[in-house]
Design a protein around this ligand. Structure first.
Ligand code: MTE
Ligand code: MO
Length: 469
């Protein structure tokens, strides 16, 4: 790096716009990111916050950048060294914005420490119909906000016009309604799609999903006195109390027709499995939108906006969307795909785990897992094969929410099966696919559903198992 020019903090600071070029510095390197800004997966606005300055404080917030690929990418844009000698402005150690995050259960497999992202191990997942809050997967995009329940406020607005501000006690006054639903991250099972062709994003296994009972006020009850006409508006936006460094909250939105449909069972939840919602899962109030991608279940709910526009959040408009397998980061246009709402049918084998050795019992191996379909569609069948589809076995035991009404099967289905294995087999690949009430079936392979963000990863789940006689 010694042949490169040395720049002062002031010189870098002049390059904070397209005309002069967009530079940033990181530790002792100076980088020209002008061409990269538009390609930034997190959106150009986000990376522009660092223009002309240090990227370090932002990477402390968006700590998913702390991976070697990103350091390499940055290094490829290096144009110089930062003058640290006479640079009195050397940044003092910035305080860790995640210092106040809650403690997590050790069993969660950490996919990213800051923001915290951790999943439930498969074998634990299929042990209980209701996933305990402590071992429920966590997907945060920012530090967990610290909220004192006495100060908690929820603002409800129509476009820019605040209609009311209610507190925690006000929300508890509405009839208490309980809904049992799975929540699944749009990137669940991404590691399998990543194996086909590398993706950007957290490498989730099968555990970015959980099923819990949530209690709170119905959204339709809370909105009732606003007398909203469904034909006048298009979206209901949710904003969280978690803010990025520029003060923009996490957000998401759902269509107005869904929000105003009491049978969509959307609630402003204050309990998870009968207890106050833990901090990681949205304390004190979180939106529960059954059947849809995890991202719209906004935690630490701060604001609800009735609007003609979708949420402006990056996570609504610039992420959590699907694309053709041929679209890459140079050609992607996020405005061209609709935001994911209902999730497609999926299933996964939770035991045995990939590579596990299983002992034959009466010539069979036991297999357990989950299945789920978005939009309230019931799971009607689980098919398994150990011979690449020549013979299919139907899982015999299905545990789901027996009380769920038609079209409101929000919970997952846990299933189990014992599959006969040929005596001479030392190794088999177990495949599973689920069928939902609309006879939607999972796609066979990841090749043809690959998409650059690694979302909607619902191809057959295939697990290689070693057999012990
Ligand atoms: N809400 C807020 N305010 N901030 C977030 O980062 N993450 C979303 C959603 N709601 C998120 C949020 C995503 S992408 C998912 S998958 C779920 O919360 C995860 O919920 P959990 O952490 O309770 O499992
Ligand atoms: Mo997610």
């Amino acid at each position: 790096k010694s042949h490169l020019k040395t720049y002062t903090v002031e010189e870098v600071g002049k390059h904070d716009n397209e005309n002069d070029g967009i530079w940033i510095y990181y530790k002792e390197g100076v980088y020209d990111i002008t061409k990269f800004v538009l390609k930034h997966p997190g959106g150009p606005e986000k990376i522009m916050m660092a223009a002309g300055g240090s990227i370090e404080p932002f990477w402390m917030i968006f700590a998913n950048h702390n991976v070697s690929e990103i350091y390499q990418l940055l290094e490829s844009m290096r144009i110089g060294n930062l003058d640290v000698s006479k640079d009195s402005k050397k940044l003092e150690a910035t305080e860790d914005p995640y210092a106040n995050d809650p403690k997590r259960h050790k069993v969660l497999k950490v996919n990213g420490p800051k923001p915290f992202c951790g999943e439930t191990p498969g074998p634990l997942l299929c042990e209980s119909f209701l996933t305990p809050a402590d071992t429920f997967y966590v997907r945060n995009h920012l530090p967990v906000p610290e909220i004192d329940i006495k100060d908690y406020e929820l603002e409800i607005a129509i476009e820019d016009d605040t209609k009311k501000v209610i507190n925690f006690e006000d929300i508890k006054k509405y009839p208490k309604y309980t809904v049992t639903t799975a929540i699944m991250c749009g990137g669940n099972r991404r590691s399998e799609m990543n194996a086909v062709k590398p993706l950007k994003g957290l490498s989730w296994g099968v555990g970015a999903v959980g099923n819990a009972s949530w209690s709170g006020a119905r959204l339709t009850d809370v909105l009732a006195d606003l007398k909203i006409n469904e034909d006048d508006w298009k979206h209901v936006q949710f904003e969280g109390y978690d803010l990025d460094p520029s003060g923009v909250p996490y957000g998401g939105s759902i269509p107005i027709s869904r929000a105003l449909d009491s049978r969509a069972d959307i609630i402003l939840a204050y309990e998870m499995n009968g207890e106050p919602i833990p901090r990681d899962h949205g304390y004190p109030i979180r939106a529960i939108v059954p059947g849809v991608v995890g991202a719209r279940n906004v935690k630490w709910l701060a604001k609800i906006v009735i609007s003609n526009e979708e949420s402006r959040s990056q996570f609504q408009r610039g992420d959590y969307k699907g694309f053709s397998p041929s679209v890459d980061w140079d050609t992607v246009d996020f405005s061209k795909s609709p935001a994911i709402l209902d999730m497609p049918v999926t299933s996964a084998i939770c035991t045995p785990t990939p590579g596990e050795t299983v002992k034959l019992k009466d010539g069979k191996i036991p297999v357990k897992g989950y299945a789920w379909s978005g939009g309230g569609k019931k799971i009607i069948r689980i098919d398994l094969t150990v011979d690449q589809g020549k013979t299919w076995h139907v899982a015999h035991q299905l545990i789901d929410d027996e009380n769920a009404k038609e079209g409101r099967h929000w919970s997952w289905t846990l299933w189990s099966a014992e599959i006969p294995i040929d005596v001479d087999k030392k190794e088999v690949e177990v495949w599973v696919k689920a069928v939902d009430a609309s006879y939607n079936v999972q796609p066979e392979s990841f090749e043809n559903i690959w998409n650059l963000r690694g979302l909607l990863c619902n191809a057959y789940h295939r697990v290689n198992v070693k057999i012990k006689k």
